[in-house]
Design a protein around this ligand. Sequence first.
Ligand code: SAH
Ligand code: SF4
Ligand code: F3S
Length: 455
Amino acid sequence: MIGLEKAEKTASKRFYIESYGCQMNFSDSEIIASILSAEGFDATRDAEHADLVLLNTCSIREKAEQTIRQRLTEFKRIKRERPGMLVGVLGCMAERLKGKLLEEERLVDLVVGPDAYRTLPDLITEAETGTKAVNVLLSREETYADISPVRLDSNGVTAFVSIMRGCNNMCAFCVVPFTRGRERSRDDQSIVNECSELVERGFKEVTLLGQNVDSYYWVDPVSGHAVDFAMLLEKVALISPTLRVRFSTSHPKDITDRVLHTMAMYPNICKYIHLPVQSGSNRILQLMNRTYTREWYIAKVKRINEILPDCAISADIIAGFCTENEEDHLDTLNIMRESDYAYSYMFMYSERPGTLAAKRYTDDVTPEIKKRRLAEIVALQNQLSLDSNQRDVGKVFEVLIEGDSKRSAQQWMGRNSQNKVMVFDKSKDGVKPGDYVQVKATACTQGTLIGSIVE
Ligand code: SAH
Ligand code: SF4
Ligand code: F3S
């Protein structure tokens, strides 16, 4: 009876969720949506009509947090008109600032950290009585393994699947170990089950997510049987030959030849590796506590090229870390050329409170110099990306169609195995999103291959 009353009480409630930061956060929002829909909440795309507004936040750089604060002031207006609406801050910023958020941002009713989403229904009930509700406990076990995510804003073709949570590395610049807690892997069987269900529902591509996928390690509590990342990749690849498998993120210190050989063995494991370098200078890499050298990194890139000759590599790069000088910066530009990245995500260093770098070093590169170095890094990457795309013109790729291209409903957009975006005319009848087509690249920009379907 109690259950029924609760269902009736909450049946017509609507939640609105906005996600920021990395793919793991977007994946968490799908777990949150699942927990809320089991409580009778419906998702809405319109914050103005929501009973519960949730921001799943990111703390990685100061700017990410400023964006959230800006969004919160915008919600103040809606809340003034509809005082019953609850506003919750979830994710990494909730974890970092904890109860402080309730004092700083007076309109916030709920603060929930990344390991506490199962308690959301209770916290909402608490907040409905006017009490501010907070749960930012981190866990050593929580992986939400049994929760079947509700796919939000899905194209019905590609999906993200979390395989682990947290991070045990201590990169000096990074806030993630503090906001996400200790690393833990998810039961391999629950991962395979989730991917199989996606296949049954018509999905054609999964991206396995973790901050450091190469340290995935699950030991079955009953059989004692251990599964590492190479074995997990194989299990997922074997679900269906028409299911594409991607993963992110690899750490240069941990990616093994076994993973590369597994990728080589299965055509449906995409030939693309995101391998963040951060810096090309040994001195800076050591200060960053990345635990590899420039030489080690370049050797890894060589191994990838040997074992997987058609594999694309991308990177994350930070400009202007503490004490970085011109020579260090030139080392970064150099390693970019040597690695020949297909593309990169490039950032100015942003000091985060509580990190090793904030405690030990001075953020002494001026904003002007950071900006100039970042601009040089971006300019070089633009050139590398264009060169890489130009080398692909004339080649034929298998492309998984994801949907209409952004520019025109007359064109499809999809990706090749190397994760490059391809755009091409809808020249063939009966083709739809989720289909594989052969596309010949005929031209390119720095960000896109333009092509046409070949038989
Ligand atoms: N787990 C992944 C990525 C984590 S965060 C990895 O280990 O590579 C994504 C990227 O944000 C990082 O790779 C890094 O390039 C960037 N980043 C992290 N902290 C930063 C900071 N304090 N300032 C600027 N960029 C940062
Ligand atoms: Fe942050 Fe380093 Fe962990 Fe990546 S590996 S999440 S950069 S601490
Ligand atoms: Fe941001 Fe947290 Fe991801 S800090 S990058 S949302 S793990």
